[in-house]
Design a protein around this ligand. Structure first.
Ligand code: GDP
Ligand code: ZN
Length: 292
């Protein structure tokens, strides 16, 4: 048996990266046991059934250190959310949704604002500061000038990082600039491949070097929050958490309730008003969906 890591799973085949190359494996043996559904990111044992055709059979899924539900993946260390300051302008509701999803799955998140070279000198950095105050690491980069690339590279090294962010923010350019030996010819980010096709929504893992992996996760960019209820959404806003105990009502959702510390903090500047507005938007969406 050989060991490898599942980098892609499509239509019943599991593509396993190993010293023998990428072997497309069937999962029959494992699936029959019904113990575990193999996930992208899993370390697995497999046997080669046809070396010339690069085909094999999964035999065993090795223990995972974590498991994500959205997107389905295993052994992911962190999430990197990439936005650009301009072209396209950041969608902060989307940023908060992505962070919320990471929180709900106990996945550490890192934020990157790219294209600093295009941002006007007078750019409003209050939101960047707000996310830093919440405890998120924020890295500003320019894939064009090279600013911030060594810091970002440092943060990705020796880890498996799921990548999120809409098309056009510069994800492929960043990866290519940081890891020039890694050719996106062979490992193109799937949002590009999928542009115009909207049925395939699978994650794909790219091995950058021996210990560095990037997981392209198209599913992260158009998020529905239907799997969380209002209380869970509230608990994923980590900046609200510390204030929860001082709200008059123990179960305060920070909406219409009197004596709400979160709303006070918005008024007094402790919580960024956009962040609070994004929270209200998400809660309203959940309430609206529930009515159908
Ligand atoms: P992706 O869809 O997120 O992978 O984005 P791409 O890497 O394809 O980049 C989209 C466009 O933005 C390309 O034309 C890049 O050349 C450009 N781009 C990426 N990063 C930067 C940057 O830091 N500064 C500038 N000025 N342009 C950038
Ligand atoms: Zn409250």
């Amino acid at each position: 048996m050989e060991q490898g890591r599942i980098v892609k799973a499509i239509s019943g085949f599991f593509y396993v990266q190993s010293i023998s190359g990428i072997i497309s494996c069937k999962g029959r043996g494992i699936l029959k046991k019904k113990e575990q559904i193999p996930l992208v990111g899993d370390q697995v044992l497999f046997t080669i059934t046809d070396r010339a055709a690069m085909e094999g059979m999964l035999e065993e899924v090795l223990p995972r250190f974590n498991e994500l539900i959205r997107p389905p993946a295993a052994n992911v260390d962190q999430l990197l959310v990439v936005f650009s300051y301009t072209h396209p302008a950041p969608n902060y509701v989307l940023l908060d949704r992505i962070l919320m999803m990471a929180e709900s799955q106990h996945l550490p998140a890192l934020i990157c604002f790219n294209k600093v070279d295009l941002a006007e000198s007078g750019i409003n950095r209050s939101l960047k500061a707000a996310y830093e105050t919440m405890g998120y690491a924020v890295i500003e980069t320019s894939a064009k000038s090279g600013d911030g690339l060594s810091a970002l590279k440092q943060a990705l090294r020796h880890r498996t990082t799921a990548l999120a962010g809409t098309s056009g923010v510069g994800k492929s350019t960043l990866i290519n600039s940081m890891f020039p030996h890694f050719s996106l010819e062979t490992g193109r980010l799937s949002q590009k491949i999928q542009r115009g096709r909207h049925t395939t929504r699978h994650s794909e893992l790219h091995q950058i070097d021996e210990t560095t992996w990037i997981m392209d996760t198209p599913g992260f960019s158009t998020l529905s929050v239907d799997y969380l209820d209002e209380t869970e959404v509230r608990d994923c806003f980590r900046d609200f958490e510390a204030l929860q105990t001082t709200c008059r009502f123990h179960s305060c959702l920070h909406l219409e309730e009197p004596g709400c510390s979160v709303k006070n903090a918005v008024k007094e500047g402790g919580i960024h008003p956009n962040r609070y507005q994004n929270y209200v938007t998400i809660i309203q969406e959940i309430r609206k969906n529930r009515r159908y």
